[in-house]
Write a protein that binds this ligand. Structure first.
Ligand code: SF4
Ligand code: FES
Length: 333
């Protein structure tokens, strides 16, 4: 007899280990039924439960107690029970609630995507696109902050922060001396570095990768390019501090930035050190593995060389010649 428990999400049943959260059970199924997550991060202990974007409806509690849960629940913080039935995209109530959550998050988040470095890989931008409404009902002044430099390589723009706590957990769990946290409560909460003290340690750059919005950005990449004009390539190097497995983001032959490798849920596979991220930006520093696979639904895929050649290219010798490298690569796959 298996120790696993059965949970059905949007009509698809999966068997998972006891203690698995609904969100992680959904991730095991994959695809559109996976709830969005702005604060949960599987590699950061204690994360989740802050943003409410992952709300789902539990229409059947369990085999033993089939009563539905009275309210929508945060899927990242709710464990599955045997026989549980969950609705995500099949529930109009969930979709409506998610709209409300996006509206709340946007109360204090400017829609400055055209000038934000995170545009194109921002989870809030995706959510707003899917659930946002054109108007806001909010009439009061929004919170605004001056930009703060956290050391010489990271910039904090609190105005964009959604208080997900991920960067605080990174500082707590990945780096050895946390000097920042969240101060204040309610609408007075803010990320603070205690008198703008630099986070000065080898893994501080990971706060950039975990930030779901553009509140923490890489100063060495700021305003250099739009992410969809760059070409992501996987590479590794022998690094004494981390695994040295990264993605290099090229523009022409220049490496514009280095990041951890992100999976389909937007989480890094491995945290990387600051030497890999900031100080090794020559191709010669790296062993190149090949193009990073990017989901075709991502804006980063536009102009991407992994794309299957469009029918128009297949039939057009001039275009085939002009796109020879891309065409050869795609037809080999
Ligand atoms: S700065 Fe970014 S990672 Fe940190 S709490 Fe704000 S949104 Fe989250
Ligand atoms: S991801 Fe579940 S509350 Fe934020």
């Amino acid at each position: 007899m298996s120790d696993k428990v059965k949970v059905t999400i949007d009509g698809i049943t999966v068997e998972v280990e006891p203690g698995t959260s609904i969100l992680n059970a959904a991730r095991q199924i994959g695809g559109d039924i996976v709830p969005p997550a702005m604060c949960y991060y599987s590699k950061l202990e204690g994360s989740g439960g802050k943003c409410r974007t992952c709300l789902v409806k539990v229409s059947k509690g369990s085999e033993k107690d089939p009563r539905p849960m009275p309210k929508l629940v945060a899927s990242c913080r709710t464990g599955v029970m045997d026989g549980m039935e969950v609705q995500n995209i099949t529930s109009p109530e969930v979709i409506e609630a998610r709209k409300g959550v996006v509206e709340m998050l946007l109360i204090n988040h400017p829609l400055d995507c055209p000038v934000c470095d995170q545009a194109g890989e921002c989870h809030l931008q995706d959510l707003s696109y899917e659930h946002g409404v054109a108007d806001t009902r909010y009439e009061f002044d929004r919170r605004t902050f001056e930009r703060i430099d956290i050391g010489d390589k990271i910039q904090l723009h609190m105005t964009r922060c959604i208080l997900c706590y991920r960067c605080v957990y990174v500082a707590d769990q990945i780096t050895d001396n946390r000097v920042h946290g969240i101060l204040g409560r309610g609408d007075a909460s803010e990320i603070s570095t205690y008198i703008e003290k630099a986070i000065d340690n080898d893994f501080s750059g990971n706060v950039i990768d975990v930030c779901p919005v553009g509140a923490l950005t890489d100063k060495t990449f700021r305003f250099k390019n739009r992410v969809w004009f760059t070409k992501p390539v996987d590479a590794h190097r022998d690094c004494p501090k981390c695994k040295g497995k990264v993605t290099l983001w090229y523009k022409g032959e220049e490496v514009l930035r280095v990041t951890g490798r992100k999976d389909q849920f937007g989480e890094v596979e491995d945290f990387i050190c600051n030497t890999c991220r900031f100080d090794t930006k020559n191709t010669s520093d790296w062993v190149i593995e090949g193009p990073r696979h990017i989901s075709h639904t991502s804006v980063i895929s536009s102009n991407h060389y992994e794309m299957t050649p469009l029918p128009v290219i297949k039939d057009n010798p001039i275009l085939i010649e002009a796109n020879k490298i891309e065409f050869d690569r795609a037809t080999k796959v």
